[in-house]
Design a protein around this ligand. Structure first.
Ligand SMILES: Cc1cc2nc3c(=O)[nH]c(=O)nc-3n(C[C@H](O)[C@H](O)[C@H](O)COP(=O)(O)O)c2cc1C
Length: 193
């Protein structure tokens, strides 16, 4: 069975909602686990959870999700990513597949910077990055709420969420996340044939 892990950090739940949508898609075609980075896994600025990292060693694909904080991944996500450097030394994750998603408040919000960094991170590990190929369905006349990939992001999935607890990623953004999950699971299955 193909194993896909979704590693994410979420401060106020928006990225978590998107992670759950990605999981919904991926889990249809692969054994998929949501793995949340929690602040208590970080001590004195270092991510310390061996079990968490060991689980990822067994994955065929890893999908990374983070809110955009100050134009980059969140500090918590970065602590986790830095903790993978031992794997980098031995290239233990070489040729695993990878993909990513992010949420932010601004329409742009510099989300591209977050996704571009995740691509760089994945490439350092020799991982193979999977793009987001979901069409922007604003072109088919869908509303901003319902449209898939309304932000026209192909590096990974982007969701813009308005400020306030009543707001979560739009139905269209969640569908885009789900489609990324499906795509990663299917491509990983074919890749490992
Ligand atoms: C410390 C901090 C920095 C942020 N920086 C940005 C930013 O650079 N661009 C942006 O559009 N939104 C920014 N935001 C808003 C978050 O990206 C947005 O609310 C996001 O959906 C939060 O995701 P979460 O609910 O998973 O934590 C920032 C929020 C915080 C708390």
């Amino acid at each position: 069975m193909t194993i896909v892990k979704i590693v994410f950090h979420s401060g106020s739940g928006n990225t978590k909602a998107l992670a759950e949508a990605v999981h919904k898609g991926s889990n249809q075609f692969a054994d998929t686990e949501l793995m949340e980075i929690k602040s208590n896994m970080i001590t004195e600025g270092r991510f310390e959870n061996k079990e968490f990292l060991n689980k990822l060693d067994k994955a065929d694909a890893i999908i990374f999700g983070s809110p955009t904080y100050m134009g980059m991944v969140s500090g918590q996500m970065k602590c986790f990513l830095d903790a993978t450097s031992e794997r980098w030394m031995s290239q233990a994750w070489n040729s695993k597949l990878a993909a990513g998603f992010t949420t932010s408040l601004g329409l742009s919000g510099d989300k591209q910077s977050t996704l571009s960094y995740l691509v760089t991170f994945a490439c350092q590990h020799g991982m193979i990055w999977i793009s987001c190929d979901t069409p922007n369905s604003l072109f088919q006349g869908k509303s901003l709420e319902e449209a898939t990939n309304r932000l026209s992001s192909n590096t990974g999935v982007m969701s813009q969420v308005n400020f306030g607890e009543e707001f979560k990623p739009t139905p269209g953004d969640l569908l885009t996340g789900e489609a990324l999950g499906i795509r990663v699971a299917k491509l990983t299955k074919n890749f490992n044939k």
